[in-house]
Design a binder for this molecule. Structure first.
Ligand SMILES: Nc1ncnc2c1ncn2[C@@H]1O[C@H](COP(=O)(O)OP(=O)(O)O)[C@@H](O)[C@H]1O
Ligand SMILES: [Mg+2]
Length: 310
């Protein structure tokens, strides 16, 4: 992992109009960078805006405001079709529910080859088939699977097909939106291990979205915690686990079950009460110590800093 920035997200907002006057503030000004080769975990409970953040970064949605840069280039400015296609190849997405993200009427060959076709990455049918078979092997399936249809596979296998489809265009950056949430626990670790291995082999950078902190801990270099459209805390994984500062992060951590019965009996589930915050000034993302950011007021920042010293 380097400190070189692959993705820069600045004050990103995405509001959805609903009805005539109402607006859903799905993402309300989030800022973070992702370094080349790292896994950045984005965590928060359902509805807090994680998917919208990912989808806006990758331009499935237009941003309401804010900036996204990829390799120093603005992703959301006016772009020609050709430029958009180029970005589209570098950033791919893996979705939560592999059954609904794979077209049931297409066979595995055509599903995986879609990106090859769109980006003209193969010259003929023979090359196309060879590349798909290679991709199937890379994700732990085999070439006989190419002629089958999504419903013939288990959830874990379907997610592997989704991963192969993303890899087909040789992306630099993959947004994995809860890629294991719909899978059996026994299968989750296999998919995580595959993603980790692919990262090592192909130098990939990940934005890994999850609704709890249990798995993210093992795969993320840094983690951002999201609450109601805002990032409330961001730190190195270890730091976030050992030194959670924002009460919402603390409540998420308290929800992780541990395979230790003694600990389990003593574990206290904390609930986050958003009304406990100081209201004497504006809430901003502030650096409590190098690399560790918390959304708070000036006054809270002083408290948090003191807390750290003890
Ligand atoms: N296309 C949409 N139109 C209107 N509201 C939406 C749309 N997509 C998401 N939302 C709303 O935006 C908020 C954030 O949703 P989402 O990004 O899916 O959260 P998460 O992925 O963290 O569960 C939710 O309140 C959701 O209902
Ligand atoms: Mg989501």
């Amino acid at each position: 992992m380097t400190q070189e920035k692959l993705l820069e997200v600045k004050n990103l907002k995405k509001h959805f109009p609903v009805g005539r006057k109402e607006v859903v503030t799905a993402v309300d000004g989030v800022s973070f960078d992702i370094h080349k080769g790292e896994t950045f975990g984005l965590v928060g409970e359902s509805g807090c805006g994680k998917s919208t953040t990912g989808r806006t970064i990758i331009r499935l949605y237009d941003a309401t405001s804010g900036e996204v840069k990829f390799n120093g280039e603005d992703v959301h400015g006016k772009k020609s079709k050709k430029e958009l296609l180029k970005f589209n190849r570098k950033m791919q997405m893996i979705f939560q529910d592999p059954s609904s993200s794979l077209n049931p009427r297409m066979n595995v060959m055509d599903i995986i080859a879609e990106g090859l076709d769109v980006h003209h990455l193969v010259n003929n049918d023979k090359e196309r088939r060879a590349r798909v078979e290679e991709l199937l092997e890379i994700v732990g399936l085999n070439k006989e699977h190419a002629t089958r249809f999504p419903h013939e596979f288990s959830g874990g296998q379907r997610q592997r097909i989704g991963i192969a489809r993303a890899l087909a265009v040789e992306p630099e950056f993959i947004i994995a939106d809860e890629p294991i949430s719909a899978l059996d626990v026994s299968i989750q670790a296999q998919v995580i291990n595959l993603l980790k291995q692919l990262q090592r082999d192909q130098g990939l950078t990940y934005l890994f979205i999850a609704h709890d902190l249990s798995m993210v801990k093992y795969i993320s270099d840094r983690i951002g915690v999201m609450y109601f459209g805002n990032l409330v805390e961001l730190a190195d994984s270890d730091e976030l686990y050992h030194n959670p500062i924002h009460p919402y992060t603390q409540s998420l951590l308290s929800a992780i079950p541990l395979p230790d019965p003694q600990y389990e009996r003593a574990r206290k589930r904390m609930h986050y009460d958003p009304t406990i915050h100081d209201t004497s000034g504006p809430m901003e993302f502030r650096e409590v110590k190098p690399g560790h950011w918390v959304r708070c007021t000036e006054k809270e920042l002083e408290q948090y800093k003191k807390q750290l010293k003890n």
